[in-house]
Design a protein around this ligand. Structure first.
Ligand SMILES: Nc1ncnc2c1ncn2[C@@H]1O[C@H](COP(=O)(O)OP(=O)(O)OP(=O)(O)O)[C@@H](O)[C@H]1O
Ligand SMILES: [Mg+2]
Length: 248
């Protein structure tokens, strides 16, 4: 009887903890308030997101999940201030993004947001160090400091042997590490990673996730991933599910 009660209590405590841990608390790093996005398509419009509300706290390690076409990339682009919603509001550090002009937005992105695109978007003619240096060109940073920071970021992702390799001289997993180093080099507040394991085998995908987890815990960088990979969804601390542009 006693043991049964203890077990029930333990389960209750555990489930409370899970609910508690998954519930972000303000002030939020990022907020989407009742956000919708419609894309023009000829004479028609495509509704990609419909009435999404999402709060993300500093230090979270979370994922947007949902089938192809559900709006994951669209929402990442809005949260990363690459694109603006058709209605609703995005807040970054409690400031409404819509009130910022293009110059203020590019400064915000350059300083605070790291992107890892599904296709990596690496610059083919630049080697690894030069690719990682590239985002620092937008910041007030000397050539010497750029080089030091880029090499340090590459060391952190285990790419110290590949400083001079161009992207086409790297494997898929190494390119993904390079993309992470490029996103990390400016010590952003948040890294948005669109399907970070989609092009990788299971083992390499696991290593990339481990690396992102390490950066989350040790550097305190917030991560918002998008994925339909169960290995990713099992690993993150919170999953926000989308279906046909709506939260489910
Ligand atoms: N630039 C665009 N113009 C028109 N429609 C678009 C555009 N970008 C996305 N869409 C549409 O918006 C919807 C959401 O697309 P989105 O790319 O956000 O989905 P996703 O969840 O990232 O899909 P996937 O898993 O395939 O990457 C889809 O119906 C898509 O066709
Ligand atoms: Mg997508």
């Amino acid at each position: 009887m006693f043991y049964t009660q203890v077990t029930v209590l333990a389960i209750r405590v555990r489930s409370y903890k899970i609910v508690y841990m998954n519930k972000p608390s303000g002030p939020f790093l990022l907020e989407a308030r009742n956000v919708s996005k419609r894309y023009p398509l000829g004479d028609l419009e495509v509704s990609a997101l419909n009435g999404i509300t999402l709060n993300v706290s500093q230090g979270e390690f979370m994922a947007l999940a949902g089938p192809s076409g559900s709006g994951k990339t669209t929402l990442l682009n809005l949260l990363g201030c690459i694109d603006q919603p058709s209605s609703g509001e995005i807040f970054f550090d409690s400031e409404p993004v819509a009130t910022k002009d293009e110059k203020a937005l590019s400064i915000l992105r350059a300083k605070k947001v790291g992107f890892i695109f599904q296709t990596f978007n690496l610059i083919p003619v630049l080697n690894a160090v030069e690719n990682v240096e590239y985002p620092l060109l937008l910041l007030d940073c000397s050539a010497k400091e750029r080089r030091q920071r880029a090499e340090q970021a590459l060391r952190e992702v285990g790419m110290e042997k590949f400083f001079r390799n161009r992207p086409n001289q790297l494997s898929g997993g190494q390119r993904q590490r390079l993309a992470i180093a490029r996103a990390m080099v400016k010590t952003p507040r948040v890294i948005l990673a669109d399907e970070p394991t989609a092009n990788l085998d299971r083992k390499t995908g696991g290593e990339i996730l481990e690396l992102m987890e390490h950066l989350n815990i040790n550097a305190g960088v917030t991560f918002i991933l998008s994925s339909h990979d169960l290995a990713v969804l099992d690993r993150v601390k919170r999953v926000f599910r989308l279906q046909d542009g709506e939260a489910v």
